[in-house]
Each structure stands twice: as C-alpha cells, then as structure tokens.
Design a protein around this ligand. Structure first.
Ligand code: PAF
Length: 281
C-alpha cells in the first residue's frame, strides 16, 4: 500500500492509474477503523480496480471543539488494517494541507442539512459536504462508498453529487452489526459491557418497528412508539430522536408509503449512538 500525505503526491499516483484505464474507488474515513469501514473497502472491490482510503479527522465537522480535541486515532493501527485489507493507496493529509491560512469556502446542502442531525450539530453538515468535496477533488474517484449507518450523511452526499454534477457514482454500504445486533461504530469502544447490552435495546426497538410495518402497521407514530418503548425500558437511556422518514428527502411521514426508513439517535452512558433500518411497506 502506498501512503500519500499531500494532494500533489496523490494526484501523481491517481493520474498513472487513470492513464492505465483503471477505475478508482474511494472510501473516506476519519480513522478509528472497525469492521464497518473494512466492509466498505471490501464492497468497493466489486466496483473498482484501485482502492483509495482516506484518513482525515476533519476539524470543520465537529460543532464542539472539545469533541475534536478528544477524537484520538492511531494511524499506525489503522494503516495496518488497510494494508491487510489490500487497499492500494492510503491518503492521510494534514489539517494544513486541506485548510491552509486564508481558506474560506464552504459547501451547503440546504434542505437535508435542516433536518435531524442538522439542528443538533450546527455546522456539522457544511463541514462534511465541504471536506468530501475537497477529498473528491483530490482523489478524483469514479466511485465512492458511504455507509448507510450515517444515513443522513449518505443522502447529503448523494444530493451534493447530483446537484453539483460531480461525475462520481455513490455506492451505499450496508450497515454492519455485531453478532448481537449492535450497529458498529467507533463510539462503541466508549461503552461499558453493560452499556453494550443496554444499547441492544435500540436495534431491538427498530426491529420490532420493522416487523410491525411488514405485518401491516403503517402509522409512523405507532412504529416510532414501538421502537422508543424498547429503549425506554433501559434506565438512563436518552432518546434524542426516533423518527420515521421518507428515504429520499428525510422528511417525517405520517403513514408509510413508498421507501421509508426509521432513524434513531439514543444516548447510552452519555455515548451518542445512531442506528437505522429500512421499512418495507
Ligand atoms: O463519516 C465519516 O467518517 C466522515 O463524516 C467523512 C465522510 C469521512 C467526512 O469527514
């Protein structure tokens, strides 16, 4: 695996592959890699010849500077995992490489950013859309993959790529769960053993809602309540939102029709956990 830390180095590598007619696949990450990230890299193998993975902890998407300061990654460990996975190029730029003095541009995806995570994390989605644009300009991928766990982020990127006519195919990566059903996330490492057991109430609740929906319950409030009921059984669990939304716009729905999805954000032991499932009408 080749490691590039500057855009110039990366472009030289990418140009050589493009000249040879290779399709470039891209997995952007903020490090702290787990099986969820590695499964994205694996899925990308089917869609590309050369796989590029970036590790960049993007300061502009943290609405709380304390969270950014506390976000620690181990680049050596992550690098080894990517090497083992057979990734071809690791792109690990510095903050100065991306945001030199005088940097002043931001990308806004207006409507999707107003919902759910948007108001709770002001500035977060502008940070994500902007850094992904910089990453896309640096990597120039033919195809890029984003996980369904951060479903709002995935829709934001799909919308941005479509609106800005970026010639990049976005592949949706399936959410990966552990053997018991907990959605994989770097944040799970901050949960105690009991916290991990308590966190299973989230996927249990979403599963109950999915089953009820498949058996004919189409009322969104009833489905949300079913999912929330499972979480409320855990003392100390705090629901930030559990919402049934339309997949494309992420707008709340009253009754299930077409493609809908249930989104959940719950704090367990103070750790903010996201989960989501598609609802089949
Ligand atoms: O999902 C993430 O890890 C980040 O938001 C991303 C897409 C790498 C942008 O920094």
């Amino acid at each position: 695996m080749i490691k590039c830390t500057t855009i110039a180095e990366l472009r030289t590598e990418i140009k050589a592959h493009k000249r040879a007619g290779k399709r470039i696949g891209f997995v952007p990450t903020m490090g702290a890699l787990h099986e969820g990230h590695l499964s994205l890299a694996r899925t990308l193998r089917e869609h590309s010849d050369v796989r590029v993975c970036s590790i960049f902890v993007n300061p502009t998407q943290f609405n709380d500077p304390k969270d950014y300061a506390a976000y620690v990654i181990n680049l050596d460990t992550d690098q080894k995992l990517l090497e083992k996975e057979g990734v071809d190029i690791l792109f690990a730029p510095s903050v100065d490489e991306f945001y030199p003095t005088g940097f002043q541009t931001s990308v806004t995806v207006s409507e999707i950013s107003k919902l759910w995570e948007g108001p709770l994390r002001p500035g977060h989605f502008n940070g994500v859309a902007s850094v992904v644009t910089i990453l896309f300009n640096a990597v120039q991928p033919d195809v890029a993959i984003f996980g369904e766990k951060d479903f709002q982020q995935l829709r934001l990127i799909e919308q941005m790529v479509s609106d800005l006519k970026m010639d990049i195919r976005i592949v949706r990566g399936a959410l990966v769960r552990d053997a018991e059903g907990l959605a994989l996330s770097s944040r799970n490492a901050r949960l105690s053993t009991k916290g991990k057991t308590d966190a299973l109430s989230i996927s249990r609740g979403l599963n109950a809602a999915c089953k009820a929906c498949a058996s004919g319950e189409k009322n969104a409030k009833a489905l949300e309540e079913m999912a929330a009921h499972s979480v409320r059984a855990v003392p100390g669990a705090e629901i930030e939102y559990i919402a049934v939304v339309r997949e494309e716009t992420l707008a709340p729905v009253e009754n299930i029709s077409g493609q809908c999805r249930i989104l959940a954000v719950v704090r367990i032991e103070g750790v903010r956990l996201l989960d989501t499932m598609a609802l089949t009408a």
